[in-house]
Design a protein around this ligand. Structure first.
Ligand SMILES: [Zn+2]
Length: 305
């Protein structure tokens, strides 16, 4: 089987714990406590920076005196800066707990989004960031935080930022066994309010974590969703049968992705969910990626449900 596969330039892929793709750069941070334990990370934690720019937040997270870091920061234009390889523990969660675990840094990849956070409205009706900058009305979201009861004002995330967050999380889900996607506000609810109600956390989580359980969801995406610009080629449901005697199924579209437990055999019937280059993501009893040279597509249509 080939060692490399065609990857459309708009997609993001993890290779050797580093993100590959357009408008991605690496700015190393010394703020790490070493490697994750085996089978980790399995969690993604979403944050906002509460900062004034991507550059200023990256400066802080790469400064050895700050004692904070994250694996990724995403700018308002969609640029992504990686600061630690994703096999190293970053310092983004602080004192935290979730479903019986404490100190979530030991389990999670941290993604920081450049966003000013919660806003206040002054007597002139202007929206102000905590650092005194005026926020344009078009960049303000009024919503109730999941840990609060009243409507308040929040800095909007850009569509580019949301699309790239989705694409990054999807690349991470393809590379690692991600089981949990949470906001900082959910693992440290007394101390933290990020990413807040302006970020579509529930939608991100439902779409990425449900894909494995219910792959058909992916073809029902709303055309208006900001996530769409991150989508790859989604094919209408097609069946295929395996033409190799045994065929490896992998976590992602390439031979450098780990094999999923159990292979498929000659004659087995698969459903194609999406394609990327010469690879197809298929569902059988599980879902995973196979090289399309080893399957024959079947023209018959699935009975509609
Ligand atoms: Zn945070």
């Amino acid at each position: 089987m080939p060692t490399s596969s065609f990857v459309p330039s708009s997609t993001l892929v993890m290779k050797s714990h580093l993100l590959n793709g357009p408008n991605v750069s690496f700015s190393p941070s010394p703020n790490s406590s070493g490697s994750f334990d085996e089978d980790l990370p399995d969690t993604i934690v979403i944050h906002f920076t509460a900062g004034s720019s991507l550059a200023s937040s990256v400066d802080v997270m790469t400064n050895p005196d700050s004692n904070v870091s994250a694996h990724f920061a995403i700018g308002r234009n969609g640029d992504i800066v990686q600061m630690l390889p994703t096999n190293k523990i970053a310092w983004h969660a602080g004192k935290s707990s979730y479903k019986g675990r404490t100190n979530l840094n030991r389990y999670s990849i941290g993604i920081e989004l450049d966003n000013a956070g919660q806003l206040t409205q002054n007597s002139r009706g202007e929206f102000k960031t905590w650092f005194g900058k005026t926020c344009h009305q078009d960049d303000v979201v009024e919503a109730v935080h999941r840990n609060q009861t009243a409507k308040t004002y929040w800095h909007k995330f850009t569509d580019e930022q949301i699309a790239r967050t989705y694409a990054l999380c999807k690349a991470l889900c393809q590379r690692y066994h991600i089981k949990v996607i949470v906001g900082h506000e959910e693992i440290a609810p007394v101390r933290k309010i990020d990413p807040g109600p302006a970020f579509p956390l529930d939608e991100l989580r439902a779409r990425l974590l449900n894909i494995k359980i219910e792959p058909a969801r992916e073809t029902k995406i709303s055309a208006k969703s900001a996530f769409n610009s991150a989508e790859r080629e989604v094919v209408s449901k097609k069946r295929a049968s395996v033409n190799a005697s045994t065929l490896n199924v992998r976590l992602g579209p390439g031979t450098d992705f780990e094999k999923i437990q159990g292979e498929v055999n000659k004659g087995d019937k698969l459903t194609i969910i999406e394609k990327q280059g010469e690879w197809a993501r298929v569902s059988y009893t599980a879902t995973g990626w196979v090289n399309t040279r080893y399957i024959n597509e079947v023209s018959e249509k699935l009975p509609s449900k």
